[in-house]
Design a protein around this ligand. Sequence first.
Ligand code: AHM
Ligand code: MG
Length: 337
Amino acid sequence: HDEEMPSTEIITLTRHILADQMRLGPAATGDMTFLLNAIALTSKFIATNVRRARLINLVGLAGETNVQGEEQKKLDVLSNDIMVNALRASGKTAVLVSEELDEAVIVEGRQKGKYCVVFDPLDGSSNIDAGVNIGTIFGIYRIQDGSEGTIQDVLRPGSEMVAAGYTMYGSSANLVISTGNGVNGYTLDTALGEFILTHPNIQIPARGKIYSFNEGNSMYFHEPTLKYLESIKYPQNGKSPYSARYIGSMVADVHRTLLYGGIFGYPDDKKSKSGKLRLLYEAFPMAYLTEQAGGLATTGRGRILEVVPKTIHERCPVFLGSKDDVADLIKFYEAEA
Ligand code: AHM
Ligand code: MG
């Protein structure tokens, strides 16, 4: 029988974004390619540390509290340091906003570049001890014409991002990214140390069969959320109810939603007036990817990508996923208005 020949047409992340850059012609400087490579490197480094942490029990409290007053794990601190250092050293960034840092980092002097990166270095960190998937989320803006790089360059709607993505640290490390031209997924080949294109042109199915909400908060939920959930759990005209899947790790829940379809939601409710997720480095990048994959992302009252941030750490209600499913949810919000 035929022996399987290894493919010699391996498409790495570097090759893919380089091809993207070449398509833009001589106008492209390669800065974005360089920046994305720096981000990919930080993901490899964090992936290694996440794996090692599970082995040597690095997990534990660092004894510090972050802006939101949550307990910070050692791995969050480490991942944040890895990203800030690498992004600054890349020479391509001007402003950095991290979930772990109170203030934005303004890059000065020779290291200053023209991009701003907003990121959650290690999202879902409450799951670390249980070995559940966690991830890094990032979004990229280009500084505005004439700007030296200030906080104003990131207080802009998500639709103005030039790229967004996440890396999920699971059984393998998966990097999913969009530069505004569709969504591609890469898997880290640990032997090569390269992200290999494994999920080209990800498209969310128009409708799914899964819903992903923390229903433990139901007693706080507003009417439209409750009525929508009711409609998919007790469907009329003989349809089957949706399945529930909630990991509690945004990267993992969104990753599944992109691949299988359905709806992910973290609504605002009577207790959390703006929901829980952060607009800049959680809601925007995931909304950007969802739309690029053919889905919808809404606050229930409007398109997430059109929200104009007032502060860097503000929160935002999030519903995203298959376009038909999200459209169904929006109807319940419109009925309320
Ligand atoms: P974190 O940034 O403190 O890790 O919190 C964000 C996480 C998301 O990954 C996830 O979607 C959400 O919190 C889960 O929240 P809850 O435990 O309230 O369901
Ligand atoms: Mg987070």
